[in-house]
Structure formats: structure tokens, C-alpha cells
Design a protein around this ligand. Structure first.
Ligand code: URA
Ligand code: SF4
Length: 243
């Protein structure tokens, strides 16, 4: 276990940003904290109160209703609707994007615009199909204005929903499409170029990091690398299924 994983296990991570809603088990009671631990711990603001994450223990229906009404971050202000995710709730594959764009905000489904068409082609390239053993979600559920990248505090505010989706889905493999998804899942700074082609982990679930389809639409030469990533994820899934 590396230092970051250790700190995370101890409830002291992440170092790169703080989740907005600390988990009850991440909160150390100040009186119980040994002095030695305080000298080695990274500087984190002590939470004012023990607030359970807003999605803890929810089933799909309650989660969907909670997300639809959510006002935990400022992305709620300009959205038409929150977009929870779509697909097979027994899926082995979970793809996580960044956040809804205009088309998704309109339709209430992830990846239905241009980037979505490319994602569907990528899925087809490895014999996968939206909705069939595949679930697609996003790091943030509400559209960032002008399709800007979500801010770390927005992905942090929205994290409990993705966390709960993962708990409910129990996917065999998670694919992080682009930096915000990868950073949200791995709780560390990620550069796609350096992180792709390796197996990462969220809790005990393997994670593969690759380029976001919208990035590939702007950087066509990197499609060759994305193809390598598709082959890597297909091989990884075969190995996982073979046990
Ligand atoms: N880009 C994303 O990251 N997610 C979507 O749902 C659509 C485009
Ligand atoms: Fe809530 Fe997530 Fe939407 Fe922010 S982006 S308002 S946390 S559902």
C-alpha cells in the first residue's frame, strides 16, 4: 500500500482536494485523535459536524429522486435537469464521463451528443453496447455552464452519488473517460497520457483511465492511443471474468 492509499484507508486523504461531504467513518473524533497522528497527518480542515453523504444507503429510485432535486453545488442553477446515468444496473462495465453537455441536459441521458456518438462507436469496437452489460455515468450530474470543466469542489459535491452508483452496480471494471472522472475516482492528480495503459483501483475495483471522447474529437491522432486503451480494457475484462 503506498502512502496515499494508506492515508485514504486511514480516512486522512485525499491530499489533492477534500470531498465536500465527509463520510462518517472518515471523521476522527478530536478527543480520540492521538497527538502523534496529528503531527504526521496532512493539513485537513476538521469537519464541523458528522454529516453522512447525501446518498448513503439509497436504492436506485431514491437516488434518482435525490439527484433530480439536488442543490448541493452551484451547477444546479443553470441545469434543465440532472442526469443520473443510463444503462444496465447489473453491468460489469461502468464508464464514467465528465458531466452532461447541452444535449444531455436536454434529454436527461449521458453521452447523447457528438461525444456520445464516438463513445458508442468505441463501445461497438469492443463488442459492447449502451445498456447491455454497460452503465454510463458522469462525475457531475448537472451541466457545467458553457461546457466548462467541472471545478474540484463540484466533482467533490457530486461524488457521493457516483460513489453510491458504484456500490449499487458493483461493476467488475470502471473506465474513467478523461481527467475529471479519473481524479474523482482515484482522488489524485491524473494526467491521462501518463495514467493510461495501467490498472488503477477504486477500493477493490480495477479502473482503466483513457481519453474523453470529446477530447478525441479535437485530437484525432490520439484515437490510435484510445484504440490501444480499448484493447487493454477488453483484455482486462476477459482476465477479470476468467477469475
Ligand atoms: N461528455 C461527458 O463527459 N458526459 C456526457 O454525458 C456527455 C458529454
Ligand atoms: Fe447536486 Fe451533483 Fe448537480 Fe451539483 S452537480 S447540484 S452535487 S447533482
Amino acid at each position: 500500500m503506498n502512502r496515499e492509499q494508506t492515508l485514504r484507508e486511514m480516512g486522512l486523504g485525499p491530499l489533492w482536494k477534500l470531498r465536500a461531504a465527509p463520510q462518517a467513518d472518515e471523521v476522527t473524533a478530536p478527543v480520540a485523535a492521538p497527538m502523534a497522528a496529528q503531527t504526521t497527518a496532512p493539513a485537513v480542515d476538521a469537519p464541523a459536524a458528522i454529516t453522512p453523504p447525501p446518498a448513503a444507503g439509497m436504492g436506485w429510485d431514491e437516488l434518482a429522486a435525490t439527484v433530480a432535486a439536488c442543490r448541493q453545488c452551484r451547477l444546479c442553477e443553470a441545469r434543465k435537469q440532472a442526469v443520473l446515468g443510463v444503462g444496465d444496473r447489473n453491468a460489469d462495465w461502468l464508464f464514467v464521463g465528465e458531466g452532461p453537455g447541452a444535449d444531455e441536459d436536454e434529454k436527461g441521458e449521458p453521452f447523447v451528443g457528438q461525444a456520445g456518438k464516438l463513445l458508442d462507436s468505441m463501445l461497438a469496437a469492443i463488442d459492447l453496447k449502451r445498456g447491455n452489460d454497460v452503465y454510463i455515468g458522469n462525475a457531475v450530474k448537472c451541466r457545467p455552464p458553457n461546457n466548462r470543466t467541472p471545478e474540484p469542489e463540484e466533482t467533490a459535491a457530486c461524488w457521493p452519488y457516483l460513489e453510491r452508483q458504484i456500490e449499487l452496480l458493483q461493476p467488475k471494471l470502471i473506465i474513467a473517460l478523461g481527467r475529471p472522472a479519473a481524479q474523482s475516482l482515484l482522488q489524485t492528480e491524473v494526467k491521462i497520457g501518463a495514467s493510461r495503459g495501467k490498472l488503477h483501483r477504486y477500493k477493490d475495483i480495477p479502473v482503466v483511465v483513457t481519453y474523453h471522447p470529446a477530447y478525441l474529437l479535437r485530437n484525432l491522432p490520439d484515437k490510435a492511443l484510445a484504440w490501444e486503451d480499448l484493447v487493454f480494457m477488453r483484455r482486462t475484462m476477459r482476465e477479470l471474468k476468467a477469475g
